[in-house]
Design a protein around this ligand. Structure first.
Ligand code: C5P
Ligand code: MG
Length: 201
């Protein structure tokens, strides 16, 4: 299995490094062709019968990933899972891993793959959907390997919203990022219109 994924693997990792460097600029899709039936069928994602259709969605902030995910959900009936969101939910639930996840995110590091994969797996197993958009995952090659190992499933598609840094910054600026250089009052004059007209009562 992962026949194509074996050659896909360097593609994924190089895409991730360009995603992290935010240097390249294309919309890329890879399809992984699975030739074998996954072997880890017992009691896992495959136990419900029909194998899930899994899409990994990658892209930086401002890449349009979130917008396109919403469209994919609406058009194709996917269940959208965001790895970052699942981790934040886990923090909020005060679970056994909450504090560790919080510290890891605060430090800007990647949460141990096993923890993230298990959260994703739990969501997939409790969902009625068989189509999953997994957003913000994998962030590392280790993430990808752990996903395959733990779930026994492979992505059917990998979509990478590869956007030049300049364009992403422009888009993020349009989300009211404020130029924070200046005096307190100068900066507040930029902040004020963001709220003006939006607050009622
Ligand atoms: O994708 P998002 O920006 O929401 O992720 C927030 C944080 O969650 C990341 O900065 C990282 O610390 C953590 N994360 C992770 N592994 C992932 C996705 C997110 O550790 N696969
Ligand atoms: Mg996010």
């Amino acid at each position: 299995m992962w026949r194509r994924v074996a050659s896909l693997s360097p593609l994924i990792s190089s895409s991730i490094s360009s995603y992290l460097n935010q240097a390249a600029y294309k919309f890329k899709i890879w399809e992984s062709f699975t030739t074998d039936i996954p072997t880890q069928a017992k009691g896992g994602l495959f136990s419900k019968g029909k194998a899930p259709f899994i899409t990994f969605v990658l892209g930086g902030p401002g890449s349009g990933k979130g917008t396109q995910c919403a469209k994919i959900v609406n058009n194709f009936g996917f269940k959208h899972l965001s790895a970052g969101e699942l981790l934040r939910r886990e923090i909020a639930s005060n679970s056994e891993y909450g504090a560790m996840i919080l510290n890891t995110i605060k430090e800007g590091k990647i949460v141990p793959s096993e923890v993230t994969v298990k959260l994703i797996q739990k969501e997939m197993e409790s969902s009625d959907s068989r189509r999953f958009l997994i957003d913000g995952f994998p962030r590392t090659e280790e993430n990808r390997i752990a996903f395959e190992k733990i779930t026994g499933a492979e992505p059917d598609l990998v979509i990478f919203f590869d956007c030049p840094q300049e364009e992403m910054v422009k888009r993020v600026l349009n989300r009211n990022e404020i130029n924070a250089v200046g005096t307190v009052d100068e900066i507040f004059e930029q902040v004020r219109p963001v709220f003006a007209g939006k607050l009622i009562g």
